[in-house]
Structure formats: structure tokens, C-alpha cells
Design a protein around this ligand. Sequence first.
Ligand code: DGJ
Length: 720
Amino acid sequence: MIKQNGCVFELGNTKIRYIMIVNEYGYLENLYFGKKIDYMPCIKNARINRGHGTLIPGETDRNADAGNVRFEYSSANRGDYRTPSFEIEFDSDGDRCCDLKYLSHRIVDKDLSSDLPKCDGGETLEITLLDENTGLKVYLYYTVYDDIDAIVRSVKVENTTTEVVYLDKFYSFNIDVPNENYSYSGLFGAHLRERKLEQAPLTHGLHTFNSRRGETSSVVNPFVALHDSTADEHSGNVFGFNLIYSGNFELNLELDEFDSVRVNGGISSEGFRWKLNPGDVLETPECVLVYSCFGFNKMSQTFHDLYRRHLANKQFINVNRPIVINSWEATYYNFDDRKLKQIIDNVAESGIDTFVLDDGWFAKRDDDTTSLGDWICDKTKLPNGIKDISDYCHNKGLKFGLWFEPEAITPDSNLYKEQPEWVLKAPRHIPSLARSEFVLDLSNDAVRKHLTNVLLRHIEENKIDYIKWDMNRSLSDCFSQHLPKSQRGEVMHRYILGLYNILNNITQKHPHVLIEGCASGGCRFDAGILKYCPHIWVSDNTDAYMRAEIQRGTSYCYPLSSMSNHVSACPNHQTQRTTSLKTRFDVASFGVLGYELDFNTISAEERGAISKQIDAYTQDRELIMNGDYYRLITQNDVIYADVVVSKDKSKAILKLMYGLKVPNTTIRPIKIWGLDENTVYRFEESNEEFSGNILENRGIVPDCSPNDFYTEIYHLTRVE
Ligand code: DGJ
């Protein structure tokens, strides 16, 4: 719903409201964001004489302090001293002032034609802001949904002046809200231990969550939540912000001296400088603003619904995802066609439907130091070529997937010898290596075209059904050898546009080819990638115990249907920990299931168990992919408890995971949320019956003497 009455804009649905006003000075100002209320003229923002404040340009009344205004989009250098969302410089004289006031508005069809990932559907409001002094125009976009409690925001700038203007900062959104003793949360981590939720009380000053790695990174996810300090999984006000972007980003929370909180962010402004010639336009990535009055679970479910229904690759969202066997942890670089075919033979009857050949199939790639860039089959390993393996899979009824790391190049490759100017490299410095790689300059059209052609050729010649798109390093030496000096600050954003462009070209041309996202595991797990890759490899850490925590952290923003999880061998290759095959499956099955172990060496008994697991998973898959996911609160030996509930609440799958066995411990009931309290549910595994009301308010007492890292799965069905 988008309602406009005079100078007031009301956006929302039956649950949320976002209210803005064109204020007495002509600025677009936020009046409210939160639980649904109906606008009445009594809703006002404070106008206080701050004494020491700087006034709105042109005003003389001391109450007209720029620090009073809750800007919907904030520009720099005009008396608002909070972190701005928009900074420009006129090329001719270095003027950096800008004053964006409301000009007009209209309902529009969102332009989905560019490569930049965007949410579709809903209703979109465009509000045009104008700097009357220069003629520069900025367009704010707000998309709302009847049944999703989110506002999707983005911005477009159009250089309607007659001069060259540089953008030094161009954020996707800005919102100023009154502080209510809020805390904030983010997802932090590192390679192999990605996305763990951390919380802190909001204190004065600027708190920035960012990446300068050229990828969103495993270190800080492009997500922040502002929330009641008492908010938990099921209760409290939570405002979640998630960028639909895969590159350098900034998300700021700033508590000012008058207890107002500014949240803004978008493309990182560090090193960013974009040249706008007269007539040029540029759009920002989208940012999703979610409001939940039922704590973090409802916030997450809103992100999940939005991404499943309006963002993630449509081709695959409603079809069964492949269940893959991936060769990486089975063989690493050590394979030949005989070994691969034996694996394919061994999985053929298991229910696995796709074989993915990971790293090591090309040029002289026997370790990670060489050959990236030369995507030519290594005939010493695979004398009959990739097509032979692909045909072998197809003849056995399996689909065939192939690993690429298109963005990277090793110095010993032929491509590097032929096109040294295609890598990111500053003129006076040798570029830094990471995993023996340089980075190809995806801001360069010639590089994009080359990579698109290489991938298309492989898809077509080798009949590829599935691509694992990897990227194993953060970007450095971010200097494009092809952009002119005046556009050097564009390289990082152009790189990401280049990435989206290649992904778009491939998915357009071959919509049936599923591209799995990956970046050293989960170093680029973001909503931008989801547009093209329906699922993303969550982490290189496949240890079930650690993986459960990583998946749980990932679920704060991203649905189970976006998480690619594999059952791997034990002792686990990352932690040396041994967990049962059941535990590994139970954890991996809360997402897109796959396997990553050597089918040639596992026992017949394990093979049989895996077939049964796959049978069970395929029965549950629809619910796991599309249900409402809840992180339950646990307090004892059960370290993680999660439940997925079908949208009609007729069934659910509950997973309990134990940590280290503790003797003589306290057992507290686990309360199960999300069910219909007036319905009786049967626990199929234990044949017990409970009402939804009992499950939510009293909870169940789990079994108390399991082994380390034990998991239990219960299927709950409505008793008719
Ligand atoms: C990192 C990925 O996350 C792994 O799954 C594997 O594909 C390796 N790269 C291959 O080099």
C-alpha cells in the first residue's frame, strides 16, 4: 500500500507502516517506521533550538536546526553533521554542496532491466529530489508488499546539470529514527567460521560495518539490525537492514548527541568516485529494511520470504534442487577419469542426481598455485576430455557440473602472458598474490566478454548442467589498467557490475544451468549473488558441529533454500572431529543437501545409509525449502534447536543438536514456536502427541543421555 495525502506518504501493509512527510523546509523527512499505525497530523518530529546548531540553509528561526530533521536522504556540507548518504563534487570548481528537496513523486514500474539484482513485484514509489541551486536530481525508490513486512529502498542519480559531477558517496538509503535504548547486531566471522551474530548496546558515535575486500566477505556480512536491547528470537522490536550487493559496502549506525539514530549505507565510499557527465545516471544497489515486532525470527522469515519470492533465481526457486556429489573433498587434485567414473558408478543408484567436478580438471592444476585462467582440460588426467565425463554422467542418468574460478588468474597462465593488462594492478606496484592468484579486471568489457565466452563455450561443448562459481581471494591492487584517470574510483563497483553482467549473460542464455555461488566457501554469501545463484556454498567448514552454528548465523538473513550444505567424510578435513553420518546428514539437510566424500572408499553400509538419507530428504525437501524457519532458544545440552513449519502449520520438522555430553546435567524443556496453538501434533518418531499450545508454552523435554554432537529429528504432523 502506498498512500499519499498532501505532503504525507504512508507506505506499508496490514502489519507495518513507513511514514514520510515533505516538511516545512521542503525536505523529505521520516516520521515513523514500525508496527502499523494510521497517520494523524499529530505525528510530528521535534523542532528544538539546539543553541549551537547550524540552521537549514536560508532559515533564520533558531528552531530550524538541520540536526532536527530526520532526513530520508542526507547530503553533505549543509549543516547536518551526521554521516551523509550523498556526497558530490562539481568538477569545474570543487563545489561540494548539495541540497536535495522534494520535487515530485509517482508510482512506477521498477526498472528490472539492468544487471543489478533487484527484488521484483510489489508497488514502487519514486520520489524525485532536486537541488534547486544546481539542477541535480536524485530519485528515491520505495517498494512495498502487501504480505511481506519489508520496504526495499534504492536511489538513482541523474546529472541534470550542464557540468561534470563526481559522486564521492552514493548510498542506497538513509533513515533517522528516535533511539529507544537500542542495541545493534551484525554477522561477523572469518573463513571457516562465517556469520556469527554479535550484539552490542548502541553507544554514541558512528558504528560502521563494512567490507573493503571487493567481496562482501566472511568477516562482516552486509546486514545490520537495530533492536530493543531485550529483543530475542521471538520477541521485541527489530529493524533489519540487508544490502542486495556483493562488493565493498558500508552500513552505518550513528547515535547522535540528541538521541537520534541514523542508519544508512550502500556501496562503500572508500575509494569510490564516479564520474557523471551531463545526462548520465547511476543507480545504487537495493537495501531491504525489515521491521519485526516479534524478534529476530520474524525478521529472518521476512527476509526469507522476500528473497524466495522476489529475488532469488526464479528458474530454480520452485523446482527440486539437484542433490550433488562434489569431487572436492573426495579427491582434491588427485584424480583421473577412471577414479571419477568409479565415483559416478557408485553414486548412480544412491539418489544423488548430479556429479560436480571441482577444482583440478584444467591445464596443469595439480595444486592451488597454478593454471587459473587457462580453462583447457588437463588431458593427462582426463585423456578423453570433459565431454567424456559429462557424457558418462548423462548416460548414467546424472547431471554434470563443473567448477570454475572465472575471476582469478595465476601468473603462470597463458592468459596472463597474453593479456597482462587484464589484471587489477597499479602502475608502480606489483600486485599482491592471494592463493597464488591475481584478480581479473571485471570492470573491463573485454574481460567480461572473454569470460562469458569461455563459460558459454564450456556449457555448450561439454553439455554442462551445473556450474560451481568459486572465487578464492579478496581483491587488492584495485586499479584498472583500462579505465581513464577520471574514472579510477569506479573500478570496485564496475567490477561487481561486471560480475553480475557475466552471471546475467549466462543465466539468460542457458537458464537451465544452475550456478552455485561460492567464494572460499561463504566469503560472498549475500543477497546480490542469490539473484543469479539460487544457492551458495555456506562455508568450507563441513564439520557438522561447527557447520550448524554457521548455518544458524546465515539464517538471520538468508533462507534455508539458499544454503548449500554437504555431508563430508570423517574425521572431518577441517577440524579432525568425528561426528556420526546421521549428525552430518541432519545438519546438512536443513538446506540444499549434497555429498562431498569418496564414494569409492566408503562402506556398503554407509552407501545404504546415504540412500536412505536421500529418500528421507526428498520427502522433506518441499517443507525445508518453503517453510517458516525458527531458531529456538536452548539452555542446556541441546545447543541448537530449529524448526521448519509449513506455511499452513500442518507439519513441521524439528532438529535438536547436542554439544559435548555432560553427565548429571540439568534438562530444561525446549519451547517450540511457530505452530498452531489450537492444533494437536503427533511426533512421528516417538508417537507422542502435544498441542501447539503446550509445545510453545511448556515445551518438550529432550532425551538426556545422547553422545557428543548427537542430533535428533522429529517430524510433527497435525492430528486430524
Ligand atoms: C574453495 C571452495 O570453497 C571449495 O569448495 C573448493 O571448490 C576449493 N575452493 C577448490 O579450490
